[in-house]
Write a protein that binds this ligand. Structure first.
Ligand SMILES: NC(=O)c1ccc[n+]([C@@H]2O[C@H](COP(=O)([O-])OP(=O)(O)OC[C@H]3O[C@@H](n4cnc5c(N)ncnc54)[C@H](O)[C@@H]3O)[C@@H](O)[C@H]2O)c1
Length: 251
């Protein structure tokens, strides 16, 4: 066992989660990389270990209580008590309201909101015990409203209220909670959106870049920098905030 702080990054197999896991490793955190399928975490786990810290991959669905409990038991057993949590796991089930099914709605609420709730409730016990902790949750510019995303916009706005409440409840234990609201970040999630719209991914990215003040789309590493700040020891007086990482003031 070392004195390193231990982080859990959900949805860490790829995209923004993988970049955050690697960035936290560079900050000398041990990292548990959690995703639906343990084998999918292998690449991220190797990247984290390459930074000289410990890493494990865990297969778990963040929306299932039993999976979350088992995941925490493994982290404690293999790495020690986790005090940093990044709620990053996410899915899209986009559709205009009149076409959105009950299943589209429920799946998005389950992964983003129930997932963040279950993971945060599980980690706070270790954070209170340690009298130190960091919770970072992924919101989105879609929280401000986005056509075809009634379900996703609702949960991403929900994440902001959830975060502010955690900040109020947990502050006295030196636990901070903050949210990152990315704009357009080039990941597989948006590749799916481009496919659904039948637009080649490169054209989709180029079209999006035209609307962004810094004239480019974001990369997972852009979001990881914000996560590194919020989870740093130095950010102890920053809590309940939402940081838009969008290359400009709005989506
Ligand atoms: N890409 C963007 O432009 C963008 C913008 C704003 C917010 N976000 C948010 O950032 C986060 C990461 O997005 P991304 O673009 O890297 O997506 P991604 O689809 O590339 O990766 C998401 C990861 O979450 C995992 N996951 C999904 N459901 C899960 C579950 N129930 N339990 C555990 N893991 C699960 C997936 O397997 C995948 O590895 C999401 O919360 C997303 O909503 C992304």
């Amino acid at each position: 066992m070392t004195n390193r702080r231990i982080a859990i990054v959900t949805g860490g197999a790829r995209g923004i989660g993988a970049a955050i896991a690697t960035r936290l490793a560079a900050q000398d955190r041990d990292v548990a990389v959690l995703d639906l399928d343990e084998s999918s975490t292998r690449e991220t786990v190797e990247a984290v270990r390459a930074a000289g810290v410990r890493a494990i991959g865990i297969g778990a669905d963040v929306s299932r209580t039993a999976d979350v409990e088992a995941a925490f038991a493994r982290v404690v057993e293999d790495l020690g008590a986790p005090t940093i949590l990044v709620n990053n796991a996410g899915i899209l089930r986009d559709n205009l309201l009149f076409k959105m099914t009950d299943a589209d709605w429920d799946a998005v609420v389950a992964v983003h909101l129930r997932g963040a709730f279950l993971m945060s409730r599980a980690v706070q016990r270790h954070q209170v015990e340690a009298q130190w902790g960091r919770i970072v949750s992924l919101s989105s510019t879609s929280a401000l409203g986005n056509r075809g995303q009634a379900n996703y916009a609702a949960v991403k706005a929900g994440i902001q209220g959830f975060t502010k409440t955690l900040a109020i409840e947990l502050g006295r234990y030196n636990v901070t909670a903050n949210a990152i609201a990315p704009g357009f970040i080039a990941t597989d999630m948006l590749r799916q959106t481009a496919e659904r719209m039948k637009v080649p991914f490169e054209d989709f990215l180029a079209g999006a870049a035209k609307e962004i003040p810094v004239a480019r789309v974001g990369q997972p590493e852009d979001v990881a920098e914000a996560a590194a700040f919020f989870t740093s020891d130095a950010a102890s007086f920053v809590s309940g905030q939402v940081l838009y990482v969008a290359g400009g003031p709005k989506a």
